[in-house]
Each structure stands twice: as C-alpha cells, then as structure tokens.
Design a protein around this ligand. Structure first.
Ligand code: FES
Ligand code: FES
Length: 159
C-alpha cells in the first residue's frame, strides 16, 4: 500500500511524517511522536481513552486514520498545561480524587475540557451526558462529575 506524506501540528509543533493509509491517528501520536497521554483502550470507539482534540473538536483518535488528520491541529493532554503545571480542571480531578488507575483520565480530561468551553453552568446530568463516551473502570464516575462540576462552578465565580 502506498505511503502518504502528511503534516500534523500537535500542541503547536508541526510534524511531517510518512504513514501507511491504515495507520491510526492514535498510533502516530503514541508510537511515532511520543504523545502517550492518549491511551489505547478498546480500539473500537467505545471507551474514549484515546480522546484528543482535532481542530478544536474532541474525537476518538482510534477512529481516525492519520491521513484523515493531514494538515490538522491536534491537541493532546500533554498540551493543556505547561510542563509541571495543571489546568483548573486537572486540579479539580486531583482535589476530588477523580482518578484511580488514571488510564481513562487523559481522555476524560480532554472530553471534559472541550465540553466546559461552551457549558456555562452545567447540571450533573448534563455533565454525565457529556462524558458518556468515556468509560472509567475505577471511579464509578461520581468523583469525576464532582471535579467537572467544581471546575465549572469556580469558573462561574471568577466571571
Ligand atoms: S481506544 Fe479509542 S475509544 Fe477506546
Ligand atoms: S481511573 Fe481507572 S479507568 Fe478511570
């Protein structure tokens, strides 16, 4: 199969790569570029562990071929805060014990971070709906919802 030359801008850095047509965006991010925040979980679009932003939209990177992302801006969890720092949402995940093994956390954070951009004062039900495509095997979701709710509330206070 003919390989393709593509360009991906990840967290502000442009990368030029040659990929097979069947190579997943997730594979390129993790194995070629070293952005290992996005995780392989189900590989079938069900768990959300691989969630990244593609041109501003939270997507499951196991469902995109890398060639489909040619020319796109990709954001991974590594790009949310400067090295050694946490975003307000990540702080709240820590405060509310919103993670245990942490496997789902990068994807959960990318989904929630994207959701919170437009959600003014979401209810718990709305938050649950927003993260329904991200599965967690550890927490029971309660603490995750607490963390997202607290982030939205804090942001509301600061406005
Ligand atoms: S690994 Fe992509 S949705 Fe599960
Ligand atoms: S914290 Fe373990 S899967 Fe979510």
């Amino acid at each position: 199969m003919a390989a393709h030359d593509i360009s991906l801008t990840v967290n502000g850095t442009e990368h030029r790569l040659t990929v097979e047509p069947r190579t997943l965006l997730l594979t390129v991010l993790r194995e070629e570029l070293g952005y290992t925040g996005a995780n392989f979980g189900c590989d079938t679009g069900r768990c959300g562990a691989c969630t990244v932003r593609l041109d501003g939209e939270a997507i499951k990177s196991c469902l995109r071929f890398a060639v489909q992302a040619d020319g796109a801006e990709v954001e991974t969890v590594e790009g949310l805060a400067p090295e050694g720092e946490l975003t307000p949402l990540q702080e709240q995940f820590r405060e509310h014990h919103g993670l245990q093994c942490g496997y789902c956390t990068p994807g959960m954070v990318m989904t929630a971070d994207t959701y919170l951009r437009d959600a003014e004062a979401p209810t718990r039900e709305e938050i649950r709906e927003a993260i329904e495509g991200n599965l967690c095997r550890c927490t029971g979701y309660h603490n995750i919802v607490d963390a997202i709710e607290a982030t939205a509330a804090k942001r509301g206070e600061e406005r």
